[in-house]
Structures are given as structure tokens and as C-alpha cells.
Design a protein around this ligand. Structure first.
Ligand SMILES: NC(=O)c1ccc[n+]([C@@H]2O[C@H](COP(=O)([O-])OP(=O)(O)OC[C@H]3O[C@@H](n4cnc5c(N)ncnc54)[C@H](OP(=O)(O)O)[C@@H]3O)[C@@H](O)[C@H]2O)c1
Length: 429
């Protein structure tokens, strides 16, 4: 039976889980692929750190840097993370030295995926990254294989499990943002540094990878509007409920007249919609295409178990022996697509203004809105208990994004406005 050696570089949350899974399931993998997969080497930053798994001394590499140059390694799994430094060096050197690479690193793939794909093709090796998007949900393989030849016009969904967990807990348990974030870290849903989850950068990397696969294009990094969830508070969550919506953090990529619109932001979605019921750490992706129509897929989007599932699927695909271009089609056939800025896009919006409750305030607000071509569909005024303050909630008719930004900037300068105005786009899904 053919024997294949693998090195796992990075033994944190995910690397440890993968190591344990491969050790436990060696027989099963043998049966399913007809290959004996041996975890030959591991490496991490600090060899002496206490870990959940026991690794024999002989498996430890002195440095992760050595892995690309060791002859008896066939596959290198990069689980360090980050788009630069050790992870970048390891993946580039591994491919240059004709090692197959599996990674869960969306930051690296979204930044260097094009260069790496070219290099992998030149060196006739696989570069697999199913685990980089939506954890255990096999969305990348679905686009590359299951939906092959479909003309995809739109791909969108919930791509950050941590943000979705936080928004769901805030809605269901009326917990504060910081308390839920703490819980997410304890459960291993949030990465050690959760900033990229919270500010939207993680979902941005993922939608860039997905749109490049869906539209057979090079990765497009320009003109993406990215907003995270850190400004959403209980008042917005409860207001959404009262208005018949839920707040969800969505990543959206759409082809419009052969140009690409990509955006990542929290938004209000109708309570009855499919996406509004994707809760907790779940991710969901929706694809609109021809001839498939509407395709949906959902599952756990973060954490060691789901991510390990995706990594093993990549590893087994390599064991089965096919060498495929990383982005499904040869790199030279992937085209550049021009991108569209969000400014001229049209949305209906929720705007919340916390103001001193005094005469003239309402007329000043409506004047600013109408000056910016924002017409009001609904206006609710909620006085706070002290009666000195009020929260004004506006649901607008469809308005241009640039007008929304201009109006909220103007309103934030008014003396009667207490906090920075909040807004959420209302998205029909
Ligand atoms: N956590 C998730 O739910 C999740 C889901 C999907 C994808 N991912 C991706 O999976 C990857 C790993 O995430 P993780 O959560 O496992 O991260 P983690 O727990 O922080 O683990 C990172 C590992 O990399 C090692 N490392 C850091 N710097 C290194 C260096 N300079 N040289 C060698 N090793 C180094 C660390 O070593 P020490 O242990 O010695 O410190 C640690 O073992 C990331 O790309 C992440 O985006 C994570």
C-alpha cells in the first residue's frame, strides 16, 4: 500500500485537533483512500508548551522552516495563521519544493492566493484551502466540483461564526457584546486574536476567496466596503426585533453588468428569511446560478471539529491522487474583473439617532435627511426614562449609499445628537 507522509505545522486549536483526528482515524483513511497516511512531523513556535495532545519527540522538527526541504514529507499542512511571516514563508517554500500544501489560512489565500496558485501549477502540486472558508461547510468543493459549469451571478451568506454567535447570543439571551465575546473565546469559537472576526476582515477574506472561485476570476481586493459588528448594541437588536427583522453579518459578492460588487456588513434581514434563522456558530452560503437556481449550504463555521473535517477532506483529495488547479481552472484562464464601489448602490435603511429631547430636533433631522434625498418610510420616537433624551428610529425608503453616509455624517455634527448615528442596511435575501 502506498504510504504518504504529512507534516502538521502549527499545533494550536486546529493543528492539535487535526493531529488527534489523523492519529485516531489512520485505519479509516487507509480504507477510504487506499493510502497509509503517516503524520511524520509536527512543529509549532514553542515545542515545550503544554498541549492537549501528546506528541513523541521524534516527530518534532527543530524549526518549521525545515519542513519544505525534508525529502520524506509529501504534504505540509500550514496551521500557523496570518498572511505574512512564518505562514507565508512556509507555504511559498513548500510549494517551490514540490510539496502539496493544505491550509486553513484565509488571510494568506485572500492575499497571495493568485501567486500561490500559479506557483502550485508550475510545480505540479496541490494547494487546498477548503478549511479557509466556512469551517466544516464544503463550499469550496461545491463550487469547484458540484456546481461546475454553472453561471453564478451572486454568492452571499454568513461567513464568520464568531460574529454570528455573538449576534445570536445578544438577541436570544440579551447579553452584552463583551460578555458574549468572552464566552466565544472560552468555547474556542473566537480565534486567539478576534479582531479580524469582529471588524469584518475575516469575512472579507472569505468572500474574496469565494467570489474568485464563483466567478472564475483573480482575487479582487479593491473597493470592498467592510463593516464589523462592534458598534451593534442591545438597543439595535431589540429595535430590529420590534420591526420584524434580525441583525446578521453578511458577506455579499454579486456580478452586475460584468462588474463585481463585494461588501461585508451587518444588516437587517426579514425575520422569516432563511438566513435570519442561521444562528450560533453556524455559517450559511447561498449561491444564485444557472442552471442550479438557488443553492444553499450551511454548517458549523468555526472551531476545531468542523475545521478538522474540512482539512481531512483536502488531505484525502490529495491522497486520491489528482492534481488540480487550486482555483479549479488554470490560472491563466482566471480573468480580472472590475469592481463596483458601494456608493451608488441603493438600500432601504435603519437609522438610529440618540438625541436631546427638545423642540426643533425632529425638524432639523428631517431637513438633513431630505437635503440628502432620504425619504422616510417610518419614524419612531422612543423617549428614555429620564425624558431628557430620546432615541429616534428611522426606516428609509430606498436610498443611495453615498447619501446615507453623507446624511449620517452631517447628523453626527449636530449639537443635539448624543452618540454617533447608527445605521444598518436592510437586505432582502
Ligand atoms: N480556530 C478556528 O476556529 C479556525 C477556523 C477556521 C480556520 N482557522 C485557521 O486555522 C489556522 C490556525 O488557527 P488556530 O485557531 O489553530 O490558531 P492558534 O491556536 O493560534 O495556533 C497557531 C499555531 O501556530 C504556531 N505558531 C505561531 N507562530 C509560529 C511561528 N512563527 N513558527 C511556528 N509556529 C508558529 C503556534 O505555536 P505555539 O502553539 O507554540 O504557540 C500555534 O501552535 C489559522 O490560519 C486560522 O485562521 C481557524
Amino acid at each position: 500500500m502506498k504510504k504518504v507522509n504529512i507534516a502538521i505545522i502549527g499545533l494550536g486549536n486546529i493543528g492539535s485537533s487535526l493531529f488527534a483526528h489523523l492519529r485516531k482515524n489512520r485505519d479509516l483513511i487507509r480504507k477510504q483512500t487506499n493510502v497509509d497516511l503517516n503524520v511524520k512531523y509536527v512543529s509549532a513556535k514553542n515545542r515545550f508548551k503544554k498541549r492537549k495532545i501528546k506528541v513523541s519527540n521524534k516527530k518534532w522538527l527543530k524549526s518549521y522552516n525545515l519542513a519544505p526541504y525534508i525529502n520524506d514529507i509529501d504534504i505540509i499542512v500550514e496551521l500557523i495563521g496570518g498572511s505574512e511571516g512564518a505562514a507565508k514563508k512556509l507555504v511559498f517554500n513548500s510549494i517551490k519544493n514540490k510539496k502539496h500544501v493544505v491550509t486553513a489560512n484565509k488571510a494568506l489565500i485572500s492575499k497571495y492566493g493568485d501567486k500561490l496558485a500559479k506557483l502550485a501549477e508550475q510545480n505540479n502540486v496541490n494547494l487546498e484551502f477548503e478549511a479557509s472558508v466556512a469551517g466544516g461547510v464544503p463550499i469550496i468543493r461545491s463550487i469547484k466540483e458540484g456546481l461546475i459549469t454553472n453561471k453564478i451571478s451572486k454568492i452571499y451568506g454568513i461567513l464568520n461564526g464568531t460574529s454570528n454567535f455573538i449576534l445570536s447570543q445578544m438577541a436570544d439571551k440579551r447579553m452584552d457584546f463583551n460578555n458574549v465575546l468572552y464566552e466565544a473565546k472560552k468555547l474556542g469559537y473566537a480565534e486567539s486574536n478576534p479582531i479580524a472576526d469582529i471588524n469584518g476582515d475575516d469575512a472579507k477574506s472569505k468572500i474574496q476567496i469565494l467570489s474568485s472561485l464563483a466567478f472564475n476570476s483573480l482575487i479582487n481586493r479593491s473597493k470592498i466596503n467592510v463593516e464589523g459588528i462592534k458598534n451593534i448594541d442591545q438597543i439595535d437588536i431589540q429595535n430590529a426585533k420590534l420591526l420584524g427583522y434580525k441583525i446578521k453579518h453578511l458577506a455579499i459578492a454579486e456580478l452586475k453588468k460584468n462588474k463585481l460588487l463585494q461588501m461585508v456588513h451587518p444588516c437587517m434581514v426579514s425575520k422569516g428569511s432563511y438566513i435570519s434563522n442561521i444562528n450560533g456558530v453556524l455559517n450559511a452560503v447561498i449561491i444564485e446560478g444557472n442552471p442550479i437556481g438557488k443553492f444553499t449550504i450551511q454548517g458549523e463555521g468555526a472551531g476545531p471539529g468542523p475545521t478538522t473535517s474540512a482539512l481531512v477532506s483536502d488531505i484525502c483529495s490529495i491522497l486520491r491522487g489528482d492534481i488540480n488547479p487550486p482555483f479549479a481552472i488554470p490560472n491563466k484562464n482566471r480573468k480580472k474583473i472590475k469592481s463596483i464601489d458601494i456608493s451608488n448602490e441603493i438600500f432601504s435603511c435603519y437609522i438610529r439617532l440618540d438625541v436631546f429631547d427638545k423642540t426643533g430636533v425632529l425638524s432639523s433631522i428631517t431637513n438633513t435627511l431630505s437635503k440628502n434625498k432620504i425619504s422616510v418610510k417610518r419614524l419612531i420616537q422612543n423617549p428614555f426614562r429620564s425624558k431628557r433624551f430620546a432615541s429616534i428610529i428611522i426606516i428609509s425608503h430606498k436610498i443611495k449609499n453615498s447619501n446615507l453616509i453623507k446624511a449620517t455624517n452631517e447628523l453626527s455634527k449636530k449639537k443635539f445628537v448624543i452618540n454617533k448615528p447608527k445605521f444598518l442596511r436592510i437586505i432582502k435575501t
